[in-house]
Design a protein. Sequence first.
Lengths: 324, 290
Amino acid sequence: MTRHRLATAAVCVALFAVPLAVHDEYYLHLCIVAGIFAIAVLGLDLIVGYVGQLSLAHAAFFAMGAYTSALLFVNFKWSMWLGLPAAAILTGVIAFVLGSVILRTRGHRFIIITVVFAELMKLVATNWVDVTRGFMGLPGLEIPKLYVPGLGAIDIASKAHFYYVVLVVALLAFLLCRLIVRSSIGRKFVLIRENEALAESLGISALRYSMIAFAFGAVLAGAAGSLYAHYVGFVSPDLFNFSYVTIMLIMVILGGKGTLVGPALGAVIFTFLPELLREASHWRMIIFATILIVATLFMPRGIIFPLVEHLLPQRWRTRHASTP
Amino acid sequence: MSPSIAILCQHLLNGVLIGCAYALIAMGLTMIFGVMNIANFAHGEFYMLGGFLAYYLVSLMGLNYFVALPVAVILVVVLAIILQHAIFRRLRDAPMMTTTLVTIGLSIFLEHVALLMWGPQPQSIPTPFPTKPLSFFGVYTTPLYLFCMAVTGALIVVSHILVRRTRMGKAMRATFQNKEASALVGIRIDRIYMYAFAFGAALAAAAGAVLGGFIPVEPTTGSIVTLKAFVVVILGGMGSFVGAIVGGLLLGMAEALGAGYMPTGWKDAIGFFAVILVLLFRPEGLFKRA
């Protein structure tokens, strides 16, 4: 156990030390994007990995968070400090309303209706030109200054500084998710995934608990989307593209669904990996698709945990690594 | 005929063809769903490949249009059989999340292979028909259009007969209802899987090859078509064959009317709204006897 804590502390120190070691703007950029994806993917893992319902609307929540932040900034000059919570809450509320309708359906119908919802939202972003400016998107978002009592305003627009903002939000998201999945709520998620009939017979409402996972997952996606919008400075309907949800699913599945460390690591790996494949950009999605097919068919636990178990000597294996 | 009625008829006529295409695609999708219990997210890719192969055969290899269409369909069927052997056979008893993720992966795979082979430009299949429009009481149409309508209509009727009247169709419907019992009375489930998948792919490819004459095909077409086919399948009731036909025609007409009378860009939303309403109030589909 102490070794486990030591490892956790070491990882945290390493995460905070990244901007000290990495000075290359490009790699810092990738670290920031990986952090933003990690936040969103943790949310997706709650519904896909823990409750076991495949939601394809997650990237739409991400995009809606980005649009909320952008619209609040463009129209009302709300900075990210207000825009981020607003985006998170709004996407959470939308997911709650949507979930109360569609989580009554299960299985294939649920999957299909989540795609339909995502596509509908894309149509709204594209066609409601008066508000969203359609294909032209909303440009000009800024990263605000951070006011610290005693220190005054700190400029966090540089990549090294913004990295810390993303890191803090990601760690918060991770801790919140950990709190949830370690609580009795998390155990009910898993029971619903493993045996819904049994859960219902014990008086556990599958609808209610799927909804918690779905809505909280959307909150994280909305927060991540808001960070992304302010970081990139531009939102467009392209954010609703199906490729985003695919890449998020790859992060969850290959990282190891039903764990928290796995998908977070998956986000890092699958942000950096595409960049290595930049030379072969035509082949990138083909390789990704192949990875997704092979991994779902043959590696139900993802790649990270089996790999770690394979490489580490017996006594180093933590007991958490193997419990999905 | 008064002009406004002529315009209405024009929209409806446009809708019938799209509706027939939707029906063809959805019939295959609903069959794969019913027999294999797989929501095939790669189904629209068969439509896209049918269109692209027909384009390739006609304009790049100089094949006769009427020969190219069936050849394109046969090529897609061969691909479907290979896919069935390589991938779908393994999915027989897999959980739903696995099957769905695999078909999503396959859809991306096929889309980007098409992108690599034919590029991102939309391509129209050159047809031998004269382009001069024909007029009936103020409603305009073209020979190509009539040909497409005849082909898709005939295919719908033929496949309906295949499923309703032949031993093969009977075996498929039996597998639909109860897999174990069908296997018990000597139906070879593996083979039924294969037929259902190949047949579904063939219908989608045929729709793609035929419609590619005037709706340009591009690699991203597939995912839109998949979505539309799912809309139809949910409207008609998942696994319902007649529902797929009626649902397809209804969606086609509704979209054509929407394109005519609603602001541009919103016609695709009709089907999506309909799906949400149907799932709310009649989750078993509009036509399925509950």
